[in-house]
Design a protein. Structure first.
Length: 179
């Protein structure tokens, strides 16, 4: 297993640590800040594994498949924790997770046909804005940061829908003969 793939696996392993820090109420603000630090580090591995894979020609089918799953696990876990803490509306999370289920379904059908579908640029932008949104909501710094968190939430939601439409448009052929 190459380094970018190890970083992807590390990101998956960081998810339970993050969730414990987010939801263990006895930790108070220290838990929230530690959770933010874990989330930021995990998010950075997303950028780093992609950079290293492309730079060193280490792109693999495992990475194309697992990297988006690791991102989904991290971001969706964070958003569910934020719903639990009443920092994010459930309907927003339902739309975002719904998109992830649809994309995952397409990936499974493609995989059965021997095709691996990599993430698009729209999907990558969506992930970046979701990660920024999550960080701002976890830190809950108040003032202008509340406004910035709300703006990032709307941008992330719009990019979620745009990336879904783009993904469906580009990959509809995967369903040929399936319906």
């Amino acid at each position: 297993m190459n380094l970018p793939n190890k970083l992807t696996v590390l990101r998956v392993c960081m998810v339970p640590v993050f969730v414990i820090l987010m939801l263990w109420e006895d930790l108070g603000d220290a838990g929230r800040y530690a959770a933010a630090a874990v989330f930021i580090i995990a998010s950075a591995t997303d950028w780093l594994d992609g950079y290293l894979a492309r730079k060193n020609h280490l792109v693999t089918d495992f990475g194309k498949f697992m990297d988006p799953i690791a991102d989904k696990l991290l971001v969706c876990s964070a958003m569910i924790c934020l719903v639990e803490q009443e920092a994010l509306a459930a309907w927003i999370v339902i739309i975002i997770i719904g998109r992830e289920f649809i994309i995952s379904g397409f990936r499974l059908v493609a995989s059965d046909k021997g095709t691996v579908i990599a993430a698009s640029y729209w999907g990558k932008f969506k992930t970046v804005f979701q990660m920024i949104m999550v960080i701002l909501l976890i830190l809950d710094l108040g003032g202008i940061f509340d406004t910035l968190a709300e703006i990032m939430t709307w941008i992330a939601l719009i990019l979620t829908v745009v990336s879904l439409v783009d993904y469906l448009r580009k990959n509809w052929h995967v369903l040929d003969g399936e319906i």
